[in-house]
Design a protein around this ligand. Sequence first.
Ligand SMILES: C[S@@+](CC[C@H](N)C(=O)[O-])C[C@H]1O[C@@H](n2cnc3c(N)ncnc32)[C@H](O)[C@@H]1O
Length: 240
Amino acid sequence: MGNEEEHQEEVKESKEVHDDDDNSDTEDEDEEEEAEIRKKHYSSKQRILLVGEGDFSFSLCLARAFGSAHNIVATSLDTQEDIARKYSNGIGNVRELEERGCLVLYKVDAKQMSQHYFLKTQRFDRIVYNLPHVGFLYRESSYCQIQLNKRLVKGFLKNAKVLLQKEGEIHVTHKEGDPYNKWDLVKKAEKIGLILHDVVPFCKDDYPGYCNKRAHGSSSDAEFHLGDCSTYKFRFNHST
Ligand SMILES: C[S@@+](CC[C@H](N)C(=O)[O-])C[C@H]1O[C@@H](n2cnc3c(N)ncnc32)[C@H](O)[C@@H]1O
């Protein structure tokens, strides 16, 4: 091969190398700029905190939809031993969540979570508590039971407000009708500086795999009839 030919060959190779570099740059950018995946009110671009999970099936539904769970922190009041004892799929769901990059935290009390050693350093775009309930200590419609549930919801909202990003939303999925309307969810939220931004019907079928668990007593693994249910979305009341 003559000098001129050798030079042409080098130029060609060098161009190929640069072309490859160009491609890898685009690939890097693609990796950095992953497409947003949405699941109902939630997005793979949001930092999401799940509170009061049962068997973690709601968190897992979001994780599967997004393909990854690096943006999710899923919490339960229970210990890992409680989860294993109470739910047939609990530990399996936790394992899959962790494999997908979710941080799973146990013994997180919704009424004190803003003081939690890790959570207190974090801020979230969505903080979600589906079907808050303290468990059946009295009859559902009794004064004492309603008071306990009201205290739970108020404590959750107060703590969630501390952990919320400026433009974030707190979502509470709640049963409609008596005695649930006696919990004064919206009034409680307004009193602590949140406003109701939207209320939308909750449809379990929107969340494949999600099992709403009783979570308490001998039938904690059993699902319960949801009836009329809505997701209440709260935001900061910036005017106060
Ligand atoms: C009716 S279950 C709903 C469970 C789950 N969110 C679901 O949608 O299947 C009520 C949940 O509230 C949880 N819970 C009760 N008191 C709590 C508290 N102080 N902090 C966090 N979770 C609590 C229970 O452990 C239980 O998992």
